[in-house]
Design a protein around this ligand. Structure first.
Ligand code: UDP
Length: 240
């Protein structure tokens, strides 16, 4: 973080759902374009940005399991779905003039580099955006957990969790309960004990054990990625 509070290196987690826009399935190019524009702006202002992209707009392993599929195999389908999202985001970032590398946890040499943390850091130092795809490469994990792990490994200052249609963490679902109350700040332990729907417990625990702050914020409000990077008081900050 610089003296004025601007974060120098961040890990941005984008859920697959967010990339689908209102559609719920597949990617909405207009949404991806808007996100790419915002990322490009903060990169040009000097912040290093790594991204972990989810895949819930294509497949979620747990949902396929309920329909009778083997969990591990359906999780691999989920991981492969994230890579399509990565390529869509890469495309729009390149159109914005930002050098971008995709690194995947499942090797697929024609479309992406393998996950190489030291090389990822070198890319970031050169002002390139690095997009991490295919989650951790392991079934039974989530892209939220991947985001926490990658953020730690590349020494990001914060995990920025962009949400679609909700501007932070509430004590109950604001979409169904009009009296839901938003938290400006939370401790990791509160998220876990109250079972607040932020990310899965594995991801929260990893952040807690390594004191990695999480900012939950509304992704598609114009300028919000820049606000999150500048450390402005938006969303909900989860820390110790
Ligand atoms: N997944 C996995 N291991 C990982 C990351 C993801 O098995 O390390 C699978 C899992 O099936 C998950 C799917 O990929 O449901 C899509 O990821 P996620 O649900 O985290 O995406 P998001 O909710 O962020 O769109």
């Amino acid at each position: 973080t610089t003296e004025d509070g601007v974060r120098r290196r961040v890990l941005l987690k984008l859920s697959g759902e967010a990339l689908a826009g209102g559609g719920g399935l597949g990617v909405d190019p207009d949404v991806v374009h808007a996100i790419a524009r915002e990322i490009a702006a903060v990169v040009r202002a000097g912040t290093q940005v790594a991204v972990v992209v989810g895949g819930g707009n294509f497949f979620r392993g747990a949902e396929l399991q309920v329909r009778g599929m083997d969990r591990a195999r359906s999780d691999y389908m989920g991981m492969l779905g994230t890579v399509m999202n990565c390529l869509a985001l890469q495309d729009f970032l390149i159109k914005e003039g930002v050098e971008t590398r995709v690194q995947t946890a499942i090797t697929m040499g024609q479309v992406a580099e393998p996950y190489l943390p030291l090389r990822a850091v070198r890319h970031l130092e050169k002002g390139r955006v690095v997009i991490f795809g295919a989650g951790m490469g392991m079934p039974y994990f989530s892209t939220d957990t991947t985001a926490a792990q990658r953020a730690l490994e590349i020494h990001a200052e914060a995990l920025l969790m962009g949400k679609n249609g909700v501007d932070g963490v509430y004590d109950s679902d604001p979409k169904t309960n009009p009296d839901a109350v938003k938290f400006d700040a939370l401790e990791y332990s509160e998220v876990l004990t109250r079972d607040l729907k932020v990310a899965d417990a594995t991801a929260i625990t990893l952040c807690r054990d390594n004191a990695l702050p999480i900012l939950v914020f509304e992704l598609l409000t114009e300028g919000n990625i820049a606000r999150a990077v500048r450390g402005e008081k938006i969303g909900t900050l989860i820390s110790r």
